[in-house]
Design a protein around this ligand. Structure first.
Ligand SMILES: [Fe+2]
Length: 308
């Protein structure tokens, strides 16, 4: 009641001030007009302030302390709801942790398979892992989703699993391969496809595995696909695989310098490689001054604590 009369008096003051200011202005536009106008604004602020303070109190009530209702049943019900919410949050966190562990288990299984290739083919030590890391980084720069990157990760680590079906004598041969031997090696993408095609969580990456030796100009294998008919995973892995193969040491030759390998990628873009992916990879490499390109692959995913 007291507040109400205060508000009414302030309104009255404003009205009187307005009328007086108007009369004075009509009579003579002197300095007192400005003083009165300022007083009028002050009154307006004083009138609005209590409402603003009240609103602010309500807001902090909503954000902080929970309101108490007169009906005790409502308070009990709200408390039960809060407890259920807390319980659900806890379960959700447990499920997320459980899901991460399953994913990690999948990757460990896949890593074991990849290691079996490297056990047969001595010079490829670490090749599958590096192809995976480079592929993931390129995919991230291309704006692929986290789900797609996960599928690519599995595909890239297993891209050469088909070599398990190739004779170690051919794989480890020093010197030039005969046409027959080369044709044998060319079977490895299809062998990989057939080994993995029934594994559900690898299905989305299968095309990439099958197509990682296809060429942008259609002269690759096994199916001679061309341009964007090759899946994005296949085009990414093709660049990552070639780059790592060029820069790795072999028993019969020393690996190329990074700079020379980049020049080779540039030279073959549009023929062997997707030019957009080469440009993006070259850009990534040239901005990677501290050499952390590969490490960054694990910067924001579930496997950052893995040992490989
Ligand atoms: Fe391969």
């Amino acid at each position: 009641m007291k507040n109400k009369s205060l508000v009414i008096s302030r309104h009255l003051i404003i009205v009187f001030s307005l009328v007086y200011a108007l009369l004075r202005f009509i009579e003579t536009a002197d300095f007192s007009f400005f003083v009165i106008t300022n007083c009028m604004f002050l009154c307006i602020i004083l009138t609005l302030m209590p409402g603003a303070i009240e609103n602010s109190k309500n807001s902090s009530n909503v954000l902080g302390k929970k309101p108490e209702y007169k009906n005790p049943d409502i308070n009990v019900y709200i408390k039960e709801l809060d407890e259920t919410k807390e319980e659900l949050n806890k379960k959700n966190m447990e499920m997320t942790k459980f899901f991460d562990e399953i994913q990690y288990g999948y990757l460990q299984t896949v890593m074991s398979l990849a290691n079996s290739i490297e056990a047969m083919d001595a010079y490829t030590g670490g090749h599958c892992q590096r192809v995976m890391e480079i592929s993931c980084e390129v995919a991230r720069a291309l704006g692929l989703t986290e789900g797609e990157i996960e599928d690519l990760r599995y595909a890239a680590i297993l891209h050469d699993i088909g070599k398990i079906g190739i004779s170690p004598n051919i794989l480890n041969k020093n010197g030039k391969l005969t046409d027959e031997e080369y044709n044998e090696i060319k079977k490895h993408p299809e062998i990989a496809y057939n080994i993995l095609k029934d594994v559900k969580f690898l299905k989305k990456g299968l095309d990439g595995i099958l197509q990682h030796h296809e060429r942008y100009d259609g002269k690759g294998y096994p199916n001679g696909l061309k341009g964007n008919d090759i899946s994005i995973f296949g085009r990414i892995m093709c660049v990552a695989d070639a780059f790592d193969a060029m820069t790795s040491d072999r028993t019969y030759r020393k690996g190329m310098k990074v700079e020379d390998a980049m020049n080779e990628l540039e030279r073959c873009k549009g023929s062997q490689f997707d030019p957009d992916i080469v440009d993006l990879f070259v850009g990534l490499m040239s901005s990677d001054e501290d050499g952390s390109l590969v490490e960054d692959c694990y910067s924001d995913n579930t496997f950052k604590n893995s040992s490989f």
